[in-house]
Design a protein around this ligand. Structure first.
Ligand code: HEC
Ligand code: HEC
Length: 389
């Protein structure tokens, strides 16, 4: 709660108030406009919901759950709760096996209209209300009261706050064509996004969990978590860092993959001289793959837009721009492995070996550590590439 407590305390001090001893996040029952009618109760700065904002949700939701592998793993962890049943569903006389959750939160269901079987997660209206209350309190100023990304404070932010009615996420480290798991979303909100107004949020796990369920429930019918064909994925995994203790070697290998097999420079800047590039790719000296090789190329994406205008995204130059989702080798492995959902940045896990992805994680980190925050050193390095010296 560090950052939040500070924020609340700051706001209270500047208003000359004391913080209420009770949970300052509890939103009291209001009249039809959401106003607190019990005038006698002391109000914390965040106690009162904004005008005309409905906080209560009256409908339960069924949202897409992870796939069978996930249930298999859960059944191993908690066999009292999850078990495999051979004839769980009976569809037109045929039986279908699947995992059963004794608590009833997850269910394998048959969608007759689409003729599809899928796992779903039940979220009660109470839980959605809890999530919505915290969402309105903490997130709506940027992400909007309806989760569409047009909050009052978010209207002029670029990149814009995420629109939760669309199924696209960039930094959850889950391969981009899949929906992010609950865990990946919670970690993202706890970690925040470097260099953006999306700060790390020190809320409790229960609060985060409820907020996440609420965000998922913003999917319109047939989209995202309400689409029977959606798949929920997980943070990309690695069998361990193959370069431990050999960091310098990893950086060299990473530089070669970045400028060779992976061709990261087709969007991000290249960071080697033309001679070196030719050497890595076994090409005649002096042949350049593109103009302005040491500059990134902006990419347009329809999936992220502001009032119908598609965003132009600049693949970051690691020597000075922010990498949002963390810069440890593991974080970079996961980000590069998963790609950036809904953008040009592809998933690399699967098309490159884990060893190569790890090597690039070390290489990208070395660019960040050597040049970011050292503008003179960076200028010298980049101009040495540009003049070919
Ligand atoms: C001060 C503005 C602001 C507030 C408050 C805020 N966000 Fe964000 N959020 C952003 C911006 C901006 C982005 C997009 C960053 C980008 O695309 O680089 C974002 C992105 C996100 C993403 C998507 C990340 C992805 O992988 O695509 C999630 C999830 C998210 N926010 C959740 C929350 C939650 C939950 C809260 C409240 C606890 C919250 N945000 C509060 C500004 C904010
Ligand atoms: C087809 C274009 C394209 C290619 C190829 C590409 N990227 Fe990206 N990359 C992007 C875009 C676009 C973004 C920025 C997304 C945003 O911030 O909205 C990005 C972002 C990143 C980020 C920052 C993520 C963060 O947390 O902010 C890293 C790291 C990265 N790319 C590494 C790589 C590496 C390594 C390669 C080669 C294996 C690569 N990229 C290849 C387009 C590309």
């Amino acid at each position: 709660m560090k950052r939040l407590t500070l924020l609340l305390a700051g706001a209270a001090l500047s208003l000359g108030m004391t913080l209420p001893a009770s949970d300052p996040l509890t939103v009291s029952e209001g009249d039809e406009h959401g106003h607190d009618s019990s005038a006698s109760a002391p109000e914390g700065p965040h106690d009162r919901p904004p005008l005309d904002v409905v906080l209560d949700i009256h409908t339960d939701a069924w949202l897409r759950a992870p796939s069978e592998d996930w249930f298999e793993a859960q059944a191993e962890l908690d066999p009292d709760r999850f078990s495999y049943v051979d004839d769980l569903l009976d569809i037109d006389g045929d039986t279908e096996g699947g995992y059963q959750d004794k608590l009833g939160e997850y269910e394998l269901r048959y969608d007759a209209e689409e003729d599809e079987i899928a796992y779903w997660q039940y979220i009660s209206a109470d839980r959605l209300t809890q999530g919505r209350r915290d969402y309105v309190q903490f997130c709506s100023s940027c992400h909007g009261f309806d989760g569409d990304g047009y909050g009052r404070s978010g209207q002029h932010l670029r990149p814009p706050p995420r629109n939760f009615t669309k199924p696209f996420y960039k930094f959850t480290k889950v391969p981009g064509h899949l929906l992010p798991s609950d865990e990946s979303l919670i970690l993202l909100v706890e970690r925040g996004l470097n260099g953006t107004p999306m700060l790390p949020w020190a809320l409790s796990r229960d609060q985060l969990n409820d907020i996440i369920q609420y965000l998922k429930s913003l999917s319109p019918e047939g989209v995202g978590w309400r689409d029977v064909y959606s798949e929920v994925g997980h943070i990309v995994e690695s069998d361990g860092d193959p370069w431990t203790g050999r960091e310098a070697e990893a950086i060299q290998a990473g530089q070669d993959v970045y400028h060779g097999t992976a061709k990261c420079y087709s969007c991000h800047p290249g960071y080697v001289t033309p001679e070196k590039l030719a050497e890595i790719n076994g090409l005649p000296a002096g042949s350049m793959p593109r103009e302005n090789f040491t500059y990134p190329i902006a990419k347009i994406t329809e999936n992220y837009e502001v009032q119908g205008v598609p965003m132009l995204l600049l693949p970051p130059d690691f020597t000075w721009q922010d990498v949002r989702a963390g810069t440890t080798p593991l974080e970079l492995f996961e980000t590069i492995g998963a790609g950036i959902g809904g953008t040009a940045m592809p998933q690399w896990k699967g098309s490159l070996s884990d060893k190569d992805i790890w090597a690039m994680a070390y290489y990208v980190r070395s660019l960040i550590e050597t040049y970011k925050g050292h503008p003179e050193k960076r200028a010298e390095f980049m101009s040495s590439l540009r003049t070919g010296r």
